[in-house]
Every structure is written in structure tokens, then in C-alpha cells.
Design a protein around this ligand. Structure first.
Ligand code: KIV
Length: 275
């Protein structure tokens, strides 16, 4: 292997070293051209199972398959050069037991070339996390609001608002850390709980809807680019792609109907015969 191919990407050590330092910049990515644009700015790209909702139009992440994660993981690896790339393990691919988790995590890593996987880690998943880490698979945990559990929770609901729930989320984070997770996503919890978890675990926490108290932030990229007409409260829209795309497509449709596209400059003509 050439030296060049070994050196470029951030490693799990770079991510772990960000604990308490400059906040980690993390974004979701699903395709090669977008990954190429994000790569210059992001420390970590997550091929999230949110792909099911924001790319494939599913109502939740529950229907996402291994094949979908692998296909999008391959595209993101092709598009990016320096970011640390994590691929989500989809619902049903790791919960049964540690062997199932390892076989599927190994398949994701072999077929995509990604550097780590993410598991939505209820306390039960600590066993799976330890099993994977011992066998060479870096794991990112995910606590608080766990989108794969919406059918138990009755919808996408912020977590940690009762004392019981607070100690459950804290226990899940501690269990993920003790099992060897190199980082933990905290989703949809109040600021004080995010701060407590961040102080209690030795690995970086990455917040989404979990305040500024975390060691890094992640957003679903199409949300922060304003692709949809609705975004959750915790998302800041850095662009308005919804309007930009609608206006561009309306202009194209008008030009086609008026026969003003394509113009002469956009049209091939016969080559002049050679003299
Ligand atoms: O699937 C996803 O995009 C995620 C982020 C919300 C962290 O898990």
C-alpha cells in the first residue's frame, strides 16, 4: 500500500483527542459529491441511517437495510479524503447478540472501507460494543433520543425529562463508555443532562439537539442546508436549498416550455469539413 493512501484520514485517536478541546465538527453524508464538499470542513462524516428518511423518503429509520448502509457508505468513502467516516448499523443488524453484531459490523467495514460503526446503544448493547471493540471494530454509541426505538417511545421525543429517564440515559452513556465506545452521540436531551454526561464520560460526546455542552456537534446535512420546508427546533439552517432548488427548477421548466432552452450556445452543430 502506498504511504499516501495510509496517511490522509483522521483516525479514531484524533477523534478521541478532541475531548474537552476544540469542538468536533460532524455532519451526516450519504453520497460522493456531497461528501467531497463536506470533507474539507468536517472532522467526522456519519453515514447515518437517517438516509432512509432524508434520501429514500421513509417515515422512520426502522426500514433501513444493511444493503442501503453499505451502498451509501461506499459512496461517502469515495467522495471523502480526510474526514473520519462512521457508518450506522441499521435496526435489526446488531440487537440479537454479539455474534450477529460482529458479522454485520465486519461486513460494513470490509465492503465500505469505513473506519467505525455507530450503534444506538440502550444499556443492553454494552455487550455488543465490548465484543466489537475487542475484535477491532471501533464503535460510536448513541444515547438519548434513539430514532430506531420510536415505535416503543410512540414518536420522536426528547429524552431525560423525568428523573427516571435521566438516570437511564446517563446509565446508557456510562455503559457505552465502559464498553469501549470511542465517542457517544447524545440526541434530544436537555442541556444540563448533556453537560453531566459529557463530564462523566472520558470519550467525546457529540450533540444533536443536546446543547453546546457537548464535545462536538452533528447535524443531518439536508436539514442544515434547508432542503426541507420544516426543520426541528435544534437545527440552524445555514442555507435555503428548498427555495434555491424550487426557483432553479421553475426557471428551467419555463425555459423548456418557451423553447429558450437549449440556446444555440448549448447545442452541437455539424463539424466543418476538414480542408
Ligand atoms: O442517522 C443519523 O443521521 C444519526 C444522527 C442523527 C446522529 O444518527
Amino acid at each position: 500500500m502506498s504511504k499516501q493512501t495510509q496517511t490522509a484520514r483522521k483516525t479514531v485517536k484524533d477523534i478521541a483527542a478532541a475531548k474537552g478541546a476544540t469542538p468536533l465538527v460532524c455532519l451526516t453524508a450519504y453520497d460522493a459529491p456531497t461528501a467531497a464538499l463536506l470533507d474539507a470542513h468536517a472532522d467526522l462524516l456519519l453515514v447515518g441511517d437517517s438516509v432512509g428518511m432524508v434520501v429514500h423518503g421513509l417515515a422512520s429509520t426502522v426500514g433501513v437495510t444493511m444493503e442501503m448502509m453499505i451502498l451509501h457508505g461506499q459512496a461517502v468513502m469515495r467522495g471523502s479524503k480526510q474526514a473520519f467516516v462512521v457508518v450506522d448499523m441499521p435496526f435489526g443488524s446488531y440487537e440479537t447478540n454479539a455474534d450477529q453484531a460482529f458479522l454485520n459490523a465486519a461486513r460494513i467495514m470490509k465492503e465500505t472501507g469505513c473506519q467505525a460503526v455507530k450503534i444506538e446503544s440502550g444499556a443492553y448493547a454494552a455487550h455488543q460494543i465490548a465484543h466489537l471493540v475487542e475484535r477491532g471494530v471501533p464503535v460510536m454509541g448513541h444515547v438519548g433520543l434513539r430514532p430506531q426505538a420510536i415505535n416503543v417511545d410512540g414518536g420522536f421525543r426528547a429524552k431525560g425529562r423525568t428523573l427516571d429517564e435521566r438516570s437511564r440515559v446517563m446509565a446508557e452513556a456510562k455503559a457505552a463508555e465502559e464498553a469501549g465506545a470511542f465517542a457517544i452521540v447524545i440526541e434530544g436531551v436537555a442541556e444540563d443532562l448533556a453537560a453531566e454526561i459529557t463530564a462523566a464520560v472520558s470519550c467525546p460526546t457529540i450533540g444533536i439537539g443536546a446543547s453546546n455542552a457537548c464535545d462536538g456537534q452533528i447535524l443531518v446535512t439536508p436539514d442544515m442546508l434547508g432542503l426541507f420546508d420544516w426543520t426541528p427546533k435544534f437545527v440552524r439552517r445555514y442555507a435555503d436549498l428548498n427555495t434555491a432548488i424550487s426557483q432553479a427548477v421553475a426557471a428551467y421548466a419555463a425555459d423548456v416550455r418557451a423553447r429558450s432552452f437549449p440556446a444555440k450556445a448549448e447545442t452541437y452543430s455539424l463539424r466543418k469539413p476538414e480542408a
